[in-house]
Unconditional design. Structure first.
Length: 216
């Protein structure tokens, strides 16, 4: 249980694939014009991450090292196709909104990176949990960026007006330049929080060491 919680914490906070490792920039910039699109893209990528990690881990001993990247892509593309067909059948409006970025999940560097760095070297259950953790981390990053862009750029949240008809939206935030600006500020904020946490941890460690030396 502790290992499961640790993996979730690392995927969402400590090693967030987008805000810390700076992976998956293309869908982050392109699909965060609204919170609805961001959640849809994040959950789609999470499903693909979980199942591709699981199957790659199950088949890791049978995939030749020389063809592992091609094998990983075949497995990933199968699950992307499954997700695309399900979204087209049950969430057609979201499918239309996300457009080409659904099939492009196949080449999302987060998914291929986790397949190569983790799933191909670990057992199935931890690999599936790693996929869940990284997928939730990706979704969290998309949610942060899309919340800022939708509220400031449209004056809405999940399509519901927040500030009323008198609000003059800052249209820059729903444009490509606004995506870069928002992502930059969000990453800077996250890095500041991490730096403060690390400094507090170091200060606590020094205080504990000094206390230990004083009692000796």
């Amino acid at each position: 249980m502790k290992g499961f919680l640790r993996q979730l914490k690392e995927g969402i906070l400590d090693h967030n694939p987008t805000l810390v490792q700076l992976l998956g920039m293309c869908p982050t910039l392109a699909t965060t014009t609204s919170v609805k699109n961001a959640i849809g893209m994040g959950l789609a990528a999470t499903v693909v991450l979980i199942f591709s990690n699981l199957f790659i881990s199950l088949l890791r001993k049978f995939i030749p090292k020389e063809a592992r990247i091609a094998g990983f892509i075949v497995i990933i593309s199968g699950f992307v196709t499954m997700v695309e067909l399900l979204m087209k059948a049950f969430f057609y409006s979201l499918y239309q909104s996300l457009g080409i970025f659904i099939p492009l999940i196949v080449v999302n560097c987060i998914i291929l990176a986790r397949a190569e760095a983790y799933a191909s070297k670990n057992k199935p259950l931890p690999s599936a949990v790693d996929g869940l953790a990284m997928g939730l981390g990706f979704t969290f990053a998309l949610l942060l960026v899309s919340t800022v862009r939708e509220i400031v750029g449209n004056g809405t949240f999940l399509g519901v007006s927040i500030f009323g008809k008198g609000y003059a939206p800052a249209l820059l935030f729903v444009m490509p330049a606004g995506a870069f600006l928002t992502l930059g500020f969000v990453i800077a904020g996250v890095q500041k929080v991490r730096a403060v946490r690390e400094e507090r941890a170091r200060a606590q460690a020094r205080a504990n060491e000094e206390t230990k030396e004083a009692t000796v």
